[in-house]
Design a protein around this ligand. Structure first.
Ligand SMILES: [Zn+2]
Length: 172
């Protein structure tokens, strides 16, 4: 499963692309630059479950994604599109984790909860399983390799989204 850097890039790309499509009114009242941090944070947010010791549980589900979208709709009333951008940014985390290697049983994430509590994991790993023995040199090398891979894979997508946003703002 990706590192927080990969998740932040995924969330940023989705948020920027979707909020940009919602038009200039989507960022009225909120500094556009601040939204970049919001999208990146939404991409990382599901892993906050580390803090409560229940990793890959309810925060890694469709239900949580919908809750984030609904919460954003309430907070950002009058700014159409932001709720969808927030939910999509959050949803990238689920997608990227599903595409990542996993070594902890049950493998994968409970992506479709509340409809089912089955854990899902892609048969093809786009991202390596993340080592959690941070104190070991081998683990640190693995983490650095994982970050480089994420930057190579997701960095261009995030850069493309930011470039489109800049063009959109110039023409707005
Ligand atoms: Zn996760």
């Amino acid at each position: 499963m990706p590192t927080p850097i990969g998740h932040a890039l995924g969330g940023l790309a989705a948020g920027v692309l979707i909020a940009g499509r919602a038009g200039p009114s989507a960022s009225v009242g909120i500094r556009s630059q601040s939204l970049l941090w919001v999208w990146a944070l939404c991409g990382v947010l599901p892993d906050a479950d580390f803090l409560i010791g229940d990793h890959r549980g309810l925060t890694h589900t469709l239900g949580a994604m919908c809750a984030v979208g609904c919460g954003t709709a309430v907070i950002a009333r009058g700014q159409p599109g932001l709720w969808f951008a927030a939910a999509a940014s959050y949803g990238t985390h689920l997608l990227l984790d599903w595409l990542g290697g996993d070594t902890a049983v049950p493998l994968g994430i409970m992506a479709l909860w509340p409809f089912t509590d089955t854990f899902y994991l892609s048969p093809y790993s786009l991202f390596p399983a993340i080592c959690r023995q941070y104190w070991s040199a081998g683990c640190q090398v693995d983490l650095m390799q994982a970050v480089v891979w994420e930057l190579l894979l997701l960095g261009p997508i995030a850069a493309f989204a930011l470039r489109l946003r800049t063009r959109h703002q110039r023409h707005a």
